[in-house]
Design a protein around this ligand. Sequence first.
Ligand SMILES: C[S@@+](CC[C@H](N)C(=O)[O-])C[C@H]1O[C@@H](n2cnc3c(N)ncnc32)[C@H](O)[C@@H]1O
Length: 342
Amino acid sequence: MTDHSTSRYADLSRMAFGFAGSQILYAAVRLGVPDALAAGAMPVEKLAHSLGCDPGGLSRLLRALVVLGVAEEASPGHVALAALGEPLLAGHPRSMRSSVLLLGDPATWQAWGALTHGARTGEAAFDHVHGRPLFDHLACHPELSGIFNTAMREGTGWIAPEVPKAYDFTGARTVADIGGGNGALLAAILAAAPGVRGILFDTAEGVAGASEVLRRAGVSDRCSIERGDFFERVPAADLMLVKGVLHDWDDQRCAALLRRCRESIAAHGRLLVLEPVLPSRLGTAEAAGVVMSDIAMLVYTGGRERGRDEFRRLLAAGGFGLADVTPPLAGSPIRILVADPV
Ligand SMILES: C[S@@+](CC[C@H](N)C(=O)[O-])C[C@H]1O[C@@H](n2cnc3c(N)ncnc32)[C@H](O)[C@@H]1O
């Protein structure tokens, strides 16, 4: 008979101590360790001096990074960035730097400490800790808002080129990305569909940095940026995108947002909702990813991830019929839910 007690103990310990890994990465990025090591191995003393850190304190952090496999001891007293740590660099093509900064920031980090409250009440842990919703908090904290926007771009940027491969946008006249953030997705769509015009719609904080993203993609001349509140109005278009937005909100708010889309969409128009879809059974890698995202929504916004039938009902409440659901995009849990006005 196998005794599982040791491995159980190890598994539970790893989970219970999971916050440490998150904060080790956060501290390293916040202090600028990965970027300081971008050019190669460095003596620990010199690194501490250049980052303005106590050599003793920094060498302990570096040792932890070595244990996690993010850094390596190049030679005695010299540390280098390991391959695992390269996505922590600001200039890495699939950088996770801002995602690490967002997850470890005191404001979001403290919200995880109120998950018990979230589970007991169903309310957003963030609101309980900070006394206001995440997006209101971001509006008053420009530095964190910038980190949030860049983290969203990091998460959306690598998947964006997959979207025009999974859905043909060339027949559309105008594509509006509602809650489109700084435009990473819309830029990729417009680049793949040269005859199409775009409207990026988000709050003033959300679109900060969007002009640069659109300019770098070479699509500025075909894309306008509109600022506003999507619960009040959205711009008119024949194709509307809503990515990573519905999971931020409860059903009532989602239905209100979808009704705004229904009011402005062309009669022959289409709505594409890009979200993870909660499978009906747990036990798959896809389900595990969506469940973790769901619990994060309970912490950050009070929103939720949804299954196919929940999306169908939500879309119907907003005046849309679900016509199709694509397979997950490029190994991510995100699918395109295609909906038509009814
Ligand atoms: C999770 S982010 C997703 C951004 C982008 N669609 C993506 O997937 O990368 C949610 C977006 O909704 C925007 N948002 C939140 N409340 C809004 C509101 N009332 N009106 C317009 N945009 C809003 C935020 O600024 C943010 O850019």
